[in-house]
Design a protein around this ligand. Structure first.
Ligand code: PLP
Length: 392
C-alpha cells in the first residue's frame, strides 16, 4: 500500500476530516525546528535548550487557551483526546469516590467516553446512559431527573463525531450547576470548527485534540477549570508530575508547538471557514438528496457545518462504501470503530436498524476541500448508485 501511494495524486478525494485532518503546512513549518534545533526537554531547568522548549510550550498554551476562552494555567497537555477523556472521567471518579459513585453520560458518546464508563461500572460505579431521540438529541428533563445526590459528573459531548449533532451545552451546564455536579465535555469535534468558549458555556472539564484541527497526531488537551475549591482529579500516570501533577511524562514539545499554531489559525479563520464548509456541505446534500432512498441522519439545523451523515435506504446500499473507496475516502462511522464490523452505536441509539446503519455513510469535509471535489463526489455517488441497481 505504502509503495503504491507515494504521491497525493494517487489518493482518492479525502472526505473523512472527522477521522483526522491533514496538518496545515503553516503548522508543519513552525514544528520543524523543534525536531532538530530546539529539541530541548521543557522540564530541563538548568540550560538554554530547556528554557527555550519551556517558553515554546507556554506560548502554545496561551494560543490554545485563547481559542477556547480559558486561562493558560487551565490547559493540561496530554497525548490526545482519549487520554484527556480518561483523565477527566476516571480521574474525577476515583478522586471523589467518597462523595458518590454515579456518573451520567449519553448513548451517542465516543467510545473513549463509553469505554471508561464501562470500566468504572466494573469498579462499582453506577452509570446512567441517557438515550437520544431520532435526531440524536437528548431530553433535558430526563437529564435533570437522572441527577441524584451521589452524582459526580455529567459527561456529554459537544458535537457528535458521526452525525455532527450539537448538544445544548449551555443548558446542560446550567442543569449541572443547579445540582452542584461537574460537567465534562468531549469537544474534540467542535473545537476549531465553531466558537467554543468554556467560561461562557459553563464547562468545567473539556477534552480536545490537535489532529482534528489541522495539527499533529499524538497531542491533546484537558481543560480544567480553575476554581476554589479546586476540581479534584486523580492522575492516570505517575512520574514527575509535569503538568500540574495531573499528567506526568516528558512533554511532546514539537506536537504542542504545532497544536498552538493550529489553534491560532483556527482562531482567526474559524468564522469564514465555517461559512465555506456550510456552502460545500450544502452543495453535496443538494447534489444527492433527490436520489432514491436518501435521507439525513441527525438534526441538520443543529449540526456542525462540515458533516453529512447520509442514509442510502436502497437494497444493497451496504456495498456503497466499498464501491466509493477508489474515488473518495469516507467512512461508515468513527475511525476508532469503523475497523470493527459492527453497526454504528450512534446510529443505533438514534433508532436506525442494523441494515440502515450499514447503509449510512459519513462525509466530513474540511479546510482543503474544494468545490471540484464535491462535484466529483456527487458524480461518484450517482455512478455507484447506478451500479448498485445493476448488481441487484
Ligand atoms: N472524541 C471524539 C468525539 C472523537 O471524534 C475522537 C477521535 O476520533 C476522540 C474523542 C479521540 O481522539 P484522539 O484520537 O485524540 O484520542
Amino acid at each position: 500500500m505504502l509503495d503504491t501511494i507515494d504521491d497525493m495524486s494517487a489518493y482518492p478525494i479525502y472526505l473523512d476530516y472527522n477521522a483526522t485532518t491533514p496538518c496545515d503546512p503553516r503548522v508543519v513549518e513552525v514544528m520543524m525546528p523543534f525536531f532538530t534545533q530546539h529539541f530541548g526537554n521543557a522540564a530541563s531547568k538548568s540550560h538554554a535548550h530547556g528554557w527555550f522548549a519551556e517558553e515554546a510550550v507556554e506560548y502554545a498554551r496561551e494560543q490554545i487557551a485563547s481559542l477556547i476562552g480559558a486561562d493558560a494555567q487551565e490547559i493540561v497537555f496530554t497525548s490526545g483526546a482519549t487520554e484527556a477523556i480518561n483523565l477527566a472521567i476516571r480521574g474525577v471518579a476515583e478522586k471523589n469516590a467518597h462523595k458518590g459513585k454515579h456518573i451520567i453520560t449519553v448513548a451517542t458518546e465516543h467510545k473513549a467516553v463509553l469505554d471508561v464508563c464501562e470500566y468504572l461500572a466494573d469498579q462499582g460505579y453506577e452509570i446512567t446512559v441517557l438515550p437520544v431521540d431520532k435526531q440524536g438529541i437528548i431530553d433535558l428533563d430526563q437529564l435533570r431527573s437522572s441527577i441524584r445526590k451521589d452524582t459526580l459528573l455529567i459527561a456529554a459531548m459537544y458535537a457528535n463525531n458521526e452525525t455532527g449533532v450539537i448538544h445544548p451545552i449551555a443548558k446542560i451546564s446550567e442543569i449541572a450547576k443547579e445540582h452542584d455536579v461537574l460537567f465534562f465535555c468531549d469537544a474534540t469535534q467542535a473545537v476549531g470548527k465553531k466558537p467554543v468558549k468554556v467560561k461562557h458555556e459553563g464547562i468545567d472539564l473539556m477534552a480536545f485534540t490537535a489532529h482534528k484541527m489541522y495539527g499533529p497526531k499524538g497531542v491533546g488537551v484537558l481543560y480544567v477549570k480553575k476554581q476554589t475549591p479546586k476540581i479534584e482529579i486523580a492522575p492516570l500516570l505517575y512520574g514527575g508530575g509535569h503538568e500540574r501533577k495531573l499528567r506526568s511524562g516528558t512533554l511532546n514539545v514539537t506536537g504542542i508547538v504545532g497544536m498552538g499554531k493550529a489553534a491560532e489559525i483556527c482562531n482567526t479563520a474559524l468564522d469564514q471557514e465555517a461559512q465555506t464548509l456550510y456552502r460545500l456541505n450544502n452543495l453535496l446534500w443538494e447534489g444527492i438528496r433527490s436520489l432514491e432512498g436518501v435521507s439525513w441522519n441527525g438534526k441538520r439545523e443543529q449540526s456542525l457545518s462540515n458533516v453529512s451523515n447520509i442514509l442510502f435506504a436502497v437494497p444493497g446500499a451496504d456495498r456503497l462504501l466499498k464501491l466509493l473507496t477508489k474515488t473518495i475516502s469516507v467512512s461508515s462511522g468513527s475511525a476508532c470503530s469503523s475497523a470493527i464490523a459492527s453497526p454504528s452505536h450512534v446510529l443505533k441509539a438514534m433508532g436506525l436498524t442494523d441494515e440502515e446503519a450499514y447503509s449510512s455513510i459519513r462525509f466530513s469535509i474540511g479546510r482543503f476541500t474544494t468545490e471540484e471535489e464535491i462535484n466529483k463526489t456527487i458524480d461518484a455517488i450517482k455512478l455507484s448508485y447506478s451500479k448498485l441497481n445493476s448488481i441487484i
